[in-house]
Design a protein around this ligand. Structure first.
Ligand code: ZN
Length: 286
């Protein structure tokens, strides 16, 4: 078998982040024959569990369960290559910012960035992706594991470049403010028909920025079903009522099937891209 020409690497903090942020993108590129590689940094052992019958799961037991959820989600998206950074359970969930959990020496927030980035650089050198997708420097919304995933991903890209593979294009996950505002306005009208009692706020959505910063729009409408199924597979974390979902806070928010990105390294293939691989030269696409 020959190596797929187009190779996409996504770096995320916890199982579920990939499906919420990039599920449609991952399903689309997998269906088109690209190699899609997901690296998740922790098993989300400190996540709050939604279904009452699963609330007894905590710590390592919850991590094991969430790995099974991730496996099921990747089957829904058609993604075969997914890995935990350093192996399952190597780095543990750091919990929300400011909690004593952040002090646990095994948690990802306490990990040495250089060491963790070295591990991720190995994956980059093996996969040789043309595209890297991760969070912005605030982790999208300030969760310590998301901030750390950003730092590790950006540093790993530098280390891999020093060792022979410079990733041509690096993107951060985004939501254009106008798109978010319109979706939350629709949500107000739809709320009474949903299984969620309250609506979230646009400020709670990671990665919202002014429209002009968004460089790239991936229309995943054809993969809306796959994305929703992948999100449902993360049943401890997500409740889906298309085209909305809620996390354990039970606040409804829009389920975006068009996904948005900001190109932060590399050359855009068009003023407004609709393909993460747009504009890659022949030399970069091999
Ligand atoms: Zn997360």
């Amino acid at each position: 078998m020959t190596e797929p020409t187009r190779r996409l690497l996504l770096v995320h903090a916890h199982p579920d982040d990939e499906s919420i942020n990039n599920g449609a993108t991952m399903a689309r590129y997998a269906a088109e024959g690209a190699r899609v590689t997901l690296v998740t940094c922790t098993l989300g052992e400190r996540g709050e569990v939604i279904p009452p019958e699963l609330r007894h799961l905590t710590g390592a037991a919850l991590g094991e369960h969430r790995l099974r959820e991730l496996t099921a989600a990747m089957a829904e998206l058609g993604v075969e290559d997914f890995r935990l950074l350093g192996g399952p359970g190597h780095y543990t969930d750091s919990g929300m910012m400011g909690l004593p959990d952040n002090e646990d020496p095994a948690c990802f927030w306490q990990a040495d960035v250089e060491e963790a980035a070295g591990r991720l650089a190995e994956v980059i050198l093996e996969v040789r992706p043309q595209v890297l997708v991760t969070y912005d420097d605030n982790g999208g919304y300030g969760h310590p594991d998301h901030i750390q995933a950003h730092r590790v991903a950006m540093r790993a890209a530098e280390l891999a470049a020093e060792r022979g593979w410079e990733i041509p294009k690096v993107y951060w996950n985004r939501v254009p403010r106008s798109v978010g505002e319109a979706a939350f306005a629709r949500l107000e009208g739809d709320l009474s028909a949903l299984p969620f009692s309250k609506a979230g706020a646009l400020d709670d959505v990671p990665g919202v920025v002014a429209d002009e910063r968004v460089t790239t729009e991936i229309d995943g409408t054809a993969y809306a079903g796959a994305k929703a199924a992948a999100m449902r597979a993360h049943a401890t974390q997500i409740e889906v009522a298309q085209p909305y979902f809620a996390l354990s806070n039970e606040l409804a928010q829009p389920l975006f099937t068009t996904e948005y990105y900001e190109l932060v390294r590399g050359r855009a293939g068009a003023p407004r891209e609709n393909d993460l691989f747009a504009g890659l030269g022949a030399g970069e696409a091999s």
